[in-house]
Ligand binder design. Structure first.
Ligand code: C5P
Length: 245
């Protein structure tokens, strides 16, 4: 059963490139195929990144600012209100309830959506043990943090496709959005992503948005790579809707 979900709205391409000129060029190469871009730490200190963000938004694109804010609540509140002024659509925060509440205050009544990072998709159980979480599985920590984020007023969480189903179940289905990185189409290199899923598996597990960097921006033919992923996403959204219907 076809859905009314537009896969193009759900694909966020991570502009993890060395500078603004390269990012701008990639956006041009993807014109008409990708309309939602993630800007993260790779570009945070690049000269001209603020202009790039403004340019994208003026050009009708959406921007996910993945700066993973984590600081005292008052500082986070002010930083988030700056992101509101810039007009970005999504923003990430880390953290405990007071930090997230600071972000929620900074967002105010704006349409900015706040996402809490749960456990990075590059981490597995051994990485958690190294951080001191020896008695928790990745799933338990993701779910614990997702529950806290929901209670503190986040719109969603960043979680791998492996936990997406349980996270959605937590929120009774739809209230908490799940943004999923660590996406690797079949046959693509793993890179540093330990909790990987294919685009289709992530969507079938309940992911609302996919974040994809290297498989698109590092491809020899980025437009074709994005088109192929979009086709897989469309099919999976249709299949997911059929399963629900
Ligand atoms: O190139 P790749 O598809 O692995 O890029 C994934 C993007 O998603 C990166 O920009 C990374 O910073 C981000 N991300 C992630 N895992 C998280 C949160 C964000 O990979 N849990």
């Amino acid at each position: 059963m076809p859905t009314n979900i537009d896969a193009k709205e759900r694909l966020i391409t991570a502009l993890d490139l060395p500078g603004v000129a390269q990012a701008r060029q990639k956006v041009e190469e993807l014109e008409g195929v990708v309309s939602f871009f993630k800007i993260g730490l790779t570009l945070q200190l690049a000269p001209g990144v603020e202009q790039l963000i403004q340019e994208l938004i003026r050009g009708g694109k959406r921007v996910f600012l993945d700066y993973k804010y984590y600081d005292i609540p008052e500082t986070v509140k002010t930083a988030v209100s700056r992101a509101v002024d810039l007009g970005v659509s999504f923003l990430t925060v880390h953290g405990s309830t007071p930090v997230i509440q600071g972000a929620v205050k900074g967002r105010g009544s704006s349409p900015l959506k706040l996402f809490a990072v749960t456990v990075l998709t590059s981490m597995d159980k051994a990485d958690l043990a190294e951080l001191g979480y020896e008695n928790l599985s990745v799933e338990e920590l993701v779910l614990f943090r997702a529950r806290k984020a929901l209670e503190a007023g986040c719109d969603g969480v960043i979680a791998s496709g492996r936990e997406a189903r349980q996270v959605k179940a937590l929120a009774g289905g739809s209230r908490l959005l799940v943004v999923t990185p660590g996406i690797r189409p079949d046959g693509y290199a793993e890179d540093d992503q330990k909790r990987r899923t294919t685009p289709a598996d992530a969507i079938l597990a309940g992911a609302d948005y996919l974040v994809i960097g290297r498989p698109i921006v590092g491809a020899a033919e980025p437009r074709e790579a994005a088109e192929r992923i979009l086709a897989q996403m469309r099919e999976a959204f249709d299949k997911a809707a059929a399963g629900r219907g």
